[in-house]
Design a protein around this ligand. Structure first.
Ligand code: OSB
Ligand code: MG
Length: 388
């Protein structure tokens, strides 16, 4: 494969209005925020990446401002001017920077995109080139939809019905303390046969084990991240008391976290968010571990713009991703998104991998400018004032 030499890296902070915000156990953000990384090579090829950051340190510890700081002052200087033979060199170049996985993922994704475009390959085929034979892209990703906390069970049934009518075949509901067992009972009474899972975003403690065990009655595909965002140990104690498989999200930050979790029985399924683990190089290591251990794997989402969604869809098209992913069609998130073409839900709850080289989507300059202006206008220096 042809190497790339990085000539320039630009950052863009954007804000987009959500078609429908997502309320989780830790709150709701009214707008989508992201830091986009635009990389240009010495041959004039452009690659894009997204750090799908949030304004507050709610899901992870990073925020828009920490990502800007670390990208600008530490990550970009280590990559600018470098000649890269393979995207696998990026984590090594960033080794002296600890943490900040979302920021690193934004940078690494831009490298992958520029690398794939330089080699006139789709990103999906570029990922597969670093996997054992037989792991070629299926050209589609099987997806579901994540539904936020609603005011009532009736409202929840109505929105699930709308998503089923649109063609989504796997429903994930956000839960929190006090909004769990009765919710599951109500949904199962109305919709006994749907493929249903719950995501707690770390709202419970091990003392809630008996309460959570009541969820075993509702034929759930899995329960995602019931306990602390930084815990693996107590999840193993909880899994021993539940029939419902636990899926880890927040607490798996690298391949070794997953090795530990599997060895002690802390989860049976993994939600892999490439941003959470620092990018697609670490994601490929995790993918291989899941294949070797027979661990069901799916790709999670952070309500990405089209930039992050395209890269995640490419990864989700690999055959070792065995369960439906949290990557929904563009119209579930933004109208319009900043990239073209949009992702449209296809047959059997799938999104197609675009045909074009790299991520296969193109950032629209006018919409990027609007989204940057929106960030400037919406968020004052003290960003918490804008969301509290
Ligand atoms: O826990 O999976 C989560 C969004 C923001 C923060 C955390 C989570 C989510 C999602 C979004 O569930 C899924 C999507 O991108 O559609
Ligand atoms: Mg989750």
């Amino acid at each position: 494969m042809k190497s790339i030499t990085i000539k320039d890296i630009q950052l863009h902070v954007v804000s987009l209005p959500y078609v429908e915000p997502l309320r989780t156990s830790f709150g709701v953000e009214p707008d989508k925020a992201a830091v986009l990384v635009e990389l240009t090579t010495d041959t004039g090829v452009t690659g894009w990446g997204e750090a799908p950051i949030e304004v507050r340190p709610g899901y992870g510890s990073e925020t828009v401002i920490t990502a800007m700081h670390v990208l600008d002052e530490f990550i970009i200087p280590r990559l600018n001017g470098q000649t890269i033979e393979s995207p696998f060199e990026v984590p090594a170049l960033l080794k002296s920077i600890r943490g900040h996985n979302f920021a690193k993922c934004g940078m690494e994704t831009a490298v992958w995109d520029a690398f794939a475009r330089t080699n006139d390959m789709r990103l999906a085929d570029c990922f597969a080139a670093y996997l054992p034979a037989g792991h070629e892209s299926r050209n589609v990703a099987t997806v579901g939809v994540s539904i936020g906390i609603q005011p009532t069970i009736e409202d929840t049934v109505a929105i699930i019905q709308k998503r089923l009518n649109q063609g989504y075949q796997r429903i994930k509901l956000k839960i929190k303390r006090g909004w769990d067992v009765e919710l599951a009972r109500g949904i199962r009474a109305a919709l006994p046969d749907i493929t249903l899972m719950l995501d707690a975003n770390s709202d419970y403690t091990l003392a809630d084990a008996d309460h959570l065990a009541q969820l075993d009655d509702f034929n759930l595909l899995m329960i995602e991240q019931p306990l602390a965002y930084n815990d693996i140990y107590e999840h193993s104690k909880l899994q021993a008391q539940l029939k419902t498989p636990i899926c880890l999200d927040e607490s798996v930050k690298n391949v070794n976290d997953l090795k530990l979790a599997l060895e002690i029985g802390a989860c049976k399924i993994l939600n892999l968010k490439p941003a959470r683990v620092g990018g697609y190089v670490e994601s490929l290591k995790i993918y291989n571990l899941c294949v070797e251990t027979g661990t069901p794997l799916w790709i999670g989402g952070m309500l990405e713009t089209g930039v992050g969604r395209a890269a995640n869809t490419a990864f989700a098209s690999l055959p070792g991703v065995t369960l439906p992913c949290d990557i929904s069609a563009t119209d579930r998130y933004f109208d319009p998104d900043i990239t073209e073409p949009p992702f449209v839900l296809g047959p059997d709850s799938t999104l197609a991998v675009p045909d074009g080289a790299g991520s296969g989507v193109e950032v629209q300059t006018d919409r990027l400018a609007d989204a940057k202006a929106r960030w400037q206008a919406t968020y004052p220096y003290k960003q918490s004032e804008a969301i509290s």
